[in-house]
Every structure is written in C-alpha cells, then in structure tokens.
Ligand binder design. Sequence first.
Ligand code: ZN
Length: 243
Amino acid sequence: MRALLLSDIHANLEALDAVIDDANVRGGFDVVWCLGDTVGYGPDPGACISRIRGYQLVAVAGNHDHAAVGKINYDNFNGAAKATTVWTAGQLTEGETDFLGGLPTVVLQESFTLVHGSLRDPLVEYLLDQGSAKATMALLQSRYCLVGHSHFPFLCRENGGSPVFDEFTEGATFHLEEERWIINPGCVGQPRDRDPRSSYGIFDSEALTIERHRVEYDIEGTQEKMRRAGLPEYLIDRLNRGV
Ligand code: ZN
C-alpha cells in the first residue's frame, strides 16, 4: 500500500493537482492521508475537497478547516487569515461544510498517528522544537506520528528521551526503523521554507519507506484566481517567495 501524504493544501488546486500528477509519475498511490488545512488562504476550497474525496481518504482537521465551518473560534487569526476564513465560509456548500466539520482531530492508521498540529494540542500547537516534540512523543500510541501545520518539512527521531530534528531530504528514501519518528511532509499549498514548490510525501507500507518530493506548479494561475476572488495581496505575494 502506498499512501500519498498531504498537508496544508490551503485551497490551492494548481498545487494539489501538480502533486497528484508528480506522485503518479513516481509509482502512484492507493490512498490519500491528509493532515489538515485543506481550505483557507487559497481560491479553490470546494474543488480541493472534491479532489481529495475522489480517492480513498484518511483525513484529519486543521485549524483552518474547523474555523471555516465555525467549529472553532478564530479571533486569534491574523487579519489576512480572518478575511480568508470569512471568504472560505461563504464558498462552501452544505456538503463541504459537513465534511470539514466532521473531520476528526486525531486518527490512528497502520503504525501512524495523523494530527494537524501536535498531540498535545491538535489544532493549535506548532511542533517545531524539542519541547513540543517531547510532549507529542509522550502521548503517541503508535510508532510514528505525521503532522503538518507549520508548513516546514522535517523528520524527528525519538533518540531516547531527547527528540532530534533532521532534514527530511528531498528525493531521499528513508527506511522506517524501530525508533519512533514524528514526520512532517511539508506543505502543498503555501510552502514557508523559502522554496515555493509544493512539498509532499509517500509512505510505502511494503518497503517500509517514506520519501518526500517537491514539485513546481502554476503559481501565477493560483494568484490570478486569488486576485479575482479579492483575497489579500499579502497572501498572493507570499506564494512566489515560499514564505
Ligand atoms: Zn496551514
């Protein structure tokens, strides 16, 4: 079984389709594992939901998903995020709203736990340092944990009691070991690691491997749609820079 690992699609259909095409060229996949924030920021929330629902899908909610359907309070979002949340909410059909609202925050799948932020605070906490990694390792009931939310790809090994962050190198194949890992496959729709290309992962359950790839997409196409939708210029501009 091969799982396509997607996080933070953020309603960017051009990016999502480029990732799916690239994954198909690299041997394809049987199931999509989605780590949340399918909507928010971008211009195609409904089309992105339909696209991932077209595959066998295991998905968790992100903060933007639950904010868009009024399930969590988004007073602490910045101005641009607030504006796109209101815009997104106005675009969703009843079926899409029900889908997002019904997403769980944590899912166990094979030897993985899927969560958007962290196990300590599934929708809110950014898992980016030793403290947050330690807290999630302590709560982890499977061998591996997949997270998104920060838009930064990484591998984090348990290493006794002190988690160690490693680069999740693009194009490299990592064999899953006995040691517990927290893995972030990077971001599909709004990368923030100074590389504007979409990032995603593939897990192969027979080979017990995980790999990460990046792919260019039609950034201008997405930006043009965002402009037409009246989405904030700040969000349009950052796609070029990958920040
Ligand atoms: Zn996000």
